[in-house]
Design a protein around this ligand. Structure first.
Ligand SMILES: Cc1cc2nc3c(=O)[nH]c(=O)nc-3n(C[C@H](O)[C@H](O)[C@H](O)COP(=O)(O)OP(=O)(O)OC[C@H]3O[C@@H](n4cnc5c(N)ncnc54)[C@H](O)[C@@H]3O)c2cc1C
Length: 378
């Protein structure tokens, strides 16, 4: 195991941070109440397309070490702008990865090539109300009708739905799991107004309805049989949420540390008070441990995918819960200054809860870890 980043990787991280900083105008995106529009998201993705960020983890990139570099890069992007990060990841590492894994070459040429060139954006809609994806059949269905497929159903909390050029909708078709690739403005695709959220305020999220939405058969992708597709997608979501947890943790920690060094109380910087320096020490210990666990998970995804699944659940629980603790302590260290909006620690704090809820929630991840261990003992 070697989790050190090379000079090329470090230079690549600097390029990503610079691109996002330029595109998100100093963090305002994460503090306002209206989510970004299609043009804003398109310009962020366009800037990232000039780096190798979009291709990482989807195809080999010269001099960059696959999933491990991706995890480091995710941390950098999430620290620079959690909202931009979540939207970019939903487009690339959910929508794009589903094409990469399961689409045929014509479908890849039509959608994956322009996606990785930063010309289109995507969303992936899996969640349904009252359905535990992976354990229960999805309610969304596609019915063959001549050369077309007619899709009906409802999906909730879809990242990028209000702005995406294409949405990959998970459902069933002819008794098999399928992804229906639906272009914006297709009759029958109804995107509800963007939802207001506690954190990731710049990320556009909405429920969608598919009301007899007719698409050509060539826009239906069938994932490999023998795989539990929702579980595979949850694994991708969990990887995104590990990056998010690392990013918001490091942003909150560095903001609080810099504040503690410069802000004075009683004639000395507050870091000189042991109660404050102990808080920072605990935050850094959690951050470093989260990084190690996330990097090991990324490493294992390539070297031993079977082991990576359980490790991913462990990492998801630890990193997401640590992020909330780190962000809460950061605000405590910063006192009233932390409580005021428009600082990275407060942004991170508002985002932290989502990382425990989405993907495999921390409750369900614990259940799955227990089940896996029970299976190993049999
Ligand atoms: C901001 C946001 C963005 C999202 N983006 C997307 C997206 O782009 N695409 C998409 O498809 N989905 C998306 N989702 C949906 C997200 O993946 C689901 O919200 C998540 O899976 C939780 O589902 P739920 O809200 O229905 O909660 P539920 O599954 O109803 O869970 C409610 C509570 O019960 C607990 N619980 C549920 N089942 C069990 C169990 N078996 N054992 C123990 N505890 C359990 C959960 O841990 C949680 O605490 C998004 C959600 C949010 C909030």
């Amino acid at each position: 195991m070697n989790y050190d980043f090379t000079p090329q990787e470090t230079a690549f991280f600097t390029d990503i941070a610079a691109a996002v900083k330029q595109a998100t105008a100093g963090g305002k995106l994460d503090c306002r109440n209206c989510p970004m529009d299609a043009e804003e998201l398109g310009s962020i993705i366009g800037l990232l397309a000039r780096t190798s960020y979009l291709r990482l983890g989807l195809e080999p990139v010269e001099e960059l070490n696959g999933q491990l570099t991706l995890m480091g890069a995710m941390e950098v992007l999430a620290a620079a702008s959690p909202s931009a990060y979540l939207s970019v990841e939903a487009s690339i590492r959910l929508f794009g990865r589903s094409l990469c894994q399961w689409a045929n070459s014509d479908q890849k040429t039509k959608l994956l090539t322009p996606l990785l060139a930063g010309q289109i954006t995507g969303a992936l809609a899996l969640s349904e109300s009252n359905v535990s994806a992976g354990h229960q059949a999805l309610i969304t269905k596609g019915k063959k009708d001549g050369p077309s497929v007619v899709v009906s159903g409802e999906k909730q909390y879809v990242i990028n739905a209000p702005v995406a050029d294409w949405i990959a909708v998970a459902g069933e078709c002819g008794g098999s799991m399928a992804l229906f690739f639906i272009e914006k403005n297709t009759p029958g695709l109804i995107v509800q107004p963007p939802l207001a959220t506690l954190g990731y305020e710049g990320t556009p999220i909405a429920h969608i309805r598919l009301d007899g939405c007719e698409i050509p058969e060539s826009q239906v992708v069938f994932p490999h049989s023998g795989q539990n597709t929702p579980d595979v997608i949850k694994m991708w979501e969990n990887q995104i949420l590990l990056g998010a947890s690392l990013g918001i943790s490091s942003a909150a920690f560095s903001t609080a540390r810099d504040f503690a060094k410069s802000h004075k109380s009683g004639g000395k910087p507050i870091i000189a008070y042991q109660e404050i320096s102990f808080k920072l020490a605990e935050m850094l210990t959690l951050l470093q441990t989260s990084q190690l666990l996330a990097y090991r998970t990324a490493w294992t995804m390539e070297t031993n995918p079977k082991e990576a699944q359980e490790l991913m659940w462990c990492a998801k629980v630890f990193c997401a819960e640590s992020a909330e603790q780190i962000c809460s302590q950061a605000l405590q260290v910063m006192g009233a200054s932390g409580y005021v909006k428009a600082n990275p620690a407060q942004t991170a704090y508002r985002c932290a809860k989502y990382n425990q809820i989405a993907g495999t929630s921390t409750e369900i991840a614990r259940v799955k870890i227990g089940d896996a261990e029970l299976g190993y003992r049999e």
